[in-house]
Design a protein around this ligand. Structure first.
Ligand SMILES: Cc1cc2nc3c(=O)[nH]c(=O)nc-3n(C[C@H](O)[C@H](O)[C@H](O)COP(=O)(O)O)c2cc1C
Length: 271
């Protein structure tokens, strides 16, 4: 039997295999880089929309820390982006989780300016019902802009940080009070967190680039609970934020569970 043709065929096949694997690897690498660049650009656009124009001279995605206050911020670890104009602190942008949305957790971006007023609030993702709770999305309704822009812990006074139905100043939606109530609570909790920790949030060394990979959890800033402060969130128990993300909502929304239709628990990317 002639060995040469077999060897040539094997060589050709091997070359194709190696070439194919190489091509897939290179394409994967290029696509990954492009996806990361797009994600970064999208995130920067979201951050720029909720800070004063022209006042971001740093890279907040690098100038990032992680904090921990599950009671006020709804998750065990919360990212905070610092926005600075040269050395001047401009805003802290936090990513709190609203654990008690109607249909699941709601992920927010909350910009707190250095004077304590809100630069803006945006919904990153949610599970709320189209036509009811999804009016928290900026692209569906002006609610999130009209209710929060320029507000602070003194405007309105703390006891009025509730929806109108509960005696506060924030509009609820017709036939959908649970979603706005939980978002108002979460924004209030975020403002309380920033008020409690103040400039320490600007001076802590940065954790580094937000690359989507889980970062090592740093020593947390002591939670509000440690200081005996009452939580802004009406959570029934000390559920970890991860539980809050993965499991059905508990507590405030429990009474509705019996009445609502089952629906796919798919997060809607809102911005
Ligand atoms: C199918 C279905 C979906 C609902 N989706 C929401 C929702 O996304 N957000 C919300 O607050 N309420 C939603 N509700 C209404 C709540 O069950 C509850 O009745 C309401 O939030 C209470 O506010 P109201 O007293 O103003 O009606 C939904 C109800 C049904 C039947």
């Amino acid at each position: 039997m002639k060995k040469a043709p077999i060897l040539i065929a094997a060589f050709i096949l091997g070359s194709f295999a190696v070439g194919g694997v190489g091509l897939v690897a290179v394409t994967h690498e290029l696509t990954d880089t492009k996806i990361a660049e797009n994600q970064r650009a999208a995130m920067m656009a979201k951050l720029e929309a909720i800070v004063p124009e022209g006042r971001m001279s740093n890279d907040p995605l690098q100038d990032r820390i992680e904090v921990s206050d599950p009671k006020l911020l709804g998750a065990p670890v919360t990212e905070v982006y610092r926005v600075r104009d040269k050395d001047e602190p401009v805003a802290l942008i936090l990513k709190p989780v609203v654990p008690d949305g109607y249909a699941g957790p709601i992920n927010l971006l909350v910009s707190v300016l250095h004077d304590g007023t809100l630069g803006g609030v945006r919904v990153i993702s949610h599970h709320e019902t189209p036509g009811l709770g999804d009016k928290i999305e900026e692209r569906k309704d002006d609610w999130i802009i009209e209710q929060f822009n320029g507000r602070s812990l003194g405007e309105p006074p703390l006891e009025l940080w509730q929806v109108k139905r509960d005696g506060g100043v924030f509009d609820q939606f017709t036939g959908a009070t649970i979603t706005p109530r939980s978002v108002v609570n979460a924004v209030k909790g975020t403002l309380l967190f920033v008020q409690q920790h103040g400039d320490a949030l600007y001076t802590r060394p940065a954790t580094g680039q937000a690359d989507g990979n889980p970062a090592p959890v740093p020593a947390p800033i002591p939670a509000a609970a440690a200081s005996g402060e009452k939580s802004a969130h009406a959570q029934p128990e000390e559920a970890s934020g991860l539980q809050a993300i993965q499991e059905p909502i508990q507590g405030q929304g429990q009474e509705k569970a019996a009445t609502k239709e089952p629906r796919a628990n798919v997060a809607v990317e809102a911005v």
